[in-house]
Design a protein around this ligand. Structure first.
Ligand code: HEC
Ligand code: HEC
Length: 197
């Protein structure tokens, strides 16, 4: 295959159709996205467990996340260093690309009893914004269903300890969950997300 064919094949594999100048931009997006694949998996669906799947994220939430990593506002082990290497334009191109990819849910070992309890907590505390059992990317809130449990665990830890800032309304619900159900309730909730296919 020559270079043009390879790019074209990659675009089709990514479900992207384009022509002319748009095609050049799309090719750039695919090239940029490839540099993330080592951790976030092909087309953004991670093989886990500590790098989150970023496929299917809303465009706005993707850009916001990268900006917050860049500024150091959002805590990270590695992403601040990585995000600093990209321009706004490049981040927008990647946001377009990843938001169009399917979130592939992989099997995660989980405890079904805990997951069933977690399902109830989800409805009571989280479904309002993380709709469709946490599958929805609407409300720019990130996809929780099928996300890697270790990632969710340290993310919730970051939120609850105040290292990562959360919106007032989400904080209210998280505080209520912790008050009514404690650590165990959070564990059940994360098992629920991990159990979803
Ligand atoms: C060396 C591994 C690694 C590479 C390479 C990498 N990431 Fe990450 N990414 C992570 C980890 C780990 C996290 C969780 C935050 C942290 O600890 O830095 C993360 C988190 C994210 C998030 C937040 C996801 C969410 O659900 O909120 C986004 C967006 C993201 N990365 C985008 C990218 C993009 C775009 C690239 C390529 C330009 C990339 N990452 C390259 C490891 C990586
Ligand atoms: C009022 C709306 C709202 C409610 C209720 C809510 N969230 Fe969120 N959630 C958001 C928004 C918006 C974000 C995205 C950015 C942020 O604020 O950090 C988010 C982000 C997250 C993330 C980060 C996703 C990622 O990819 O890094 C997790 C995890 C999360 N919420 C879990 C929960 C849990 C668990 C509950 C229920 C106990 C909950 N949320 C309730 C609005 C909400």
């Amino acid at each position: 295959m020559n270079c043009k064919t390879i790019i074209h094949t990659a675009l089709i594999a990514g479900g992207l159709v384009c022509s002319g100048a748009v095609c050049a931009e799309t090719a750039t997006a695919v090239m940029l996205a490839n540099t993330c694949a080592g951790c976030h998996g092909t087309n953004g669906s991670s093989v886990g467990p500590s790098s989150p799947t970023i496929a299917g994220m809303s465009r706005d939430y993707f850009i916001e996340s990268m900006d917050e990593y860049k500024s150091g506002e959002r805590p990270s082990t590695i992403m601040t260093r990585i995000a600093k290497g990209y321009t706004e334009k490049e981040i927008e191109l990647m946001a377009d690309f990843f938001s169009k990819q399917a979130f592939i849910r992989r099997d995660q070992e989980h405890d079904q009893n805990l997951a069933m309890k977690g399902s109830k907590h989800h409805k009571r505390y989280c479904e309002k914004c993380h709709e469709d059992g946490g599958r929805s990317a609407e409300d720019d809130a990130g996809i929780l269903a099928g996300q890697w449990m270790p990632y969710l665990t340290y993310t919730m830890d970051d939120y609850l300890s105040g290292r990562r800032e959360m919106g007032k309304k989400m904080k209210k619900k998280c505080d209520l969950l912790m008050k009514e159900r404690g650590e165990e309730g959070m564990k059940e909730l994360i098992q629920f997300y991990g159990s979803l296919k």
